[in-house]
Ligand binder design. Structure first.
Ligand SMILES: N[C@@H](CCC(=O)N[C@@H](CS)C(=O)NCC(=O)O)C(=O)O
Length: 215
């Protein structure tokens, strides 16, 4: 059985959880906290040499990087969430790269300064945080347009590009980004957030954050 290492606050980790849930795969979720130094052990660094989360251990096969993990799982289990047709697959890859390079970068800046800095007692970098908000606005506008044109990010069917996006917009509420500023994305997200692959992760991102804060 796949072992997934990570923390419920991490959007790349939640992306892999949602993917495993959507595919109906059994897995063990091993909670490991980078903020407590738990990803710097010799054992964990063998799975992910960057000391980041997520990583998986699939019966001795180690893999890191959330998008690579989702693609691997889909290929291994012949899932349509990562289509084999080269054009369809190219669209999925395009959006995965777009989300990874642009949106996740912006969100990482905002999330670190708004949430994590306080948790680890580091001074927030206001400039970096504002930069993050500007990136997010710029690139969410592109996503909003796409979801006005097609029901799912890469076309007519749900794919891992949608899962990557859903896990990325999931923490928006706790960093004061209003999803209703992007009505197509809001409609798309509210539909997917009712699905069991999401509900098995949490009721909402805020719920996970509040539980973590409470101890
Ligand atoms: N591109 C990576 C990003 C992984 C990542 O940045 N994880 C964060 C948590 S959201 C982390 O492990 N941070 C701890 C650290 O940098 O030491 C992926 O998609 O898997």
């Amino acid at each position: 059985m796949v072992k997934l290492y990570g923390l419920g606050l991490s959007f790349p980790v939640n992306r892999v959880r949602m993917c495993l849930n959507a595919m109906g795969l059994e897995y063990e979720f091993v909670v490991i906290n980078p903020l407590a130094g738990e990803t710097q052990t010799e054992e964990y660094l063998k799975m992910n040499p960057s000391g980041k989360i997520p990583a998986i251990d699939d019966d001795g096969f180690y893999l890191f990087e959330s998008n690579a993990i989702m693609k691997y799982l889909c290929r291994k289990h012949n899932s349509d969430f990562y289509p084999t047709d080269i054009v369809e697959q190219a669209h999925v890859d395009k959006w995965l790269d777009f989300i990874g390079a642009h949106l996740n970068n912006g969100l990482a800046k905002v999330f670190f300064n708004k949430i994590v800095a306080g948790l680890i007692d580091v001074e927030a970098d206001e400039k970096s945080m504002q930069e993050g908000y500007v990136f997010i606005k710029r690139f969410m506008t592109v996503i909003e347009k796409q979801l006005g044109a097609t029901p799912y990010l890469a076309g007519d069917k749900m794919t891992i590009a949608d899962i990557a996006l859903l896990a990325t917009v999931d923490p928006f509420e706790v960093v004061d980004i209003n999803l209703s500023d992007y009505p197509n994305v809001a409609t798309w997200a509210s539909k997917l957030m009712k699905e069991s692959f999401y509900r098995k992760v949490h009721g909402s991102y805020k719920e996970t954050l509040d539980a973590m804060m409470a101890g």
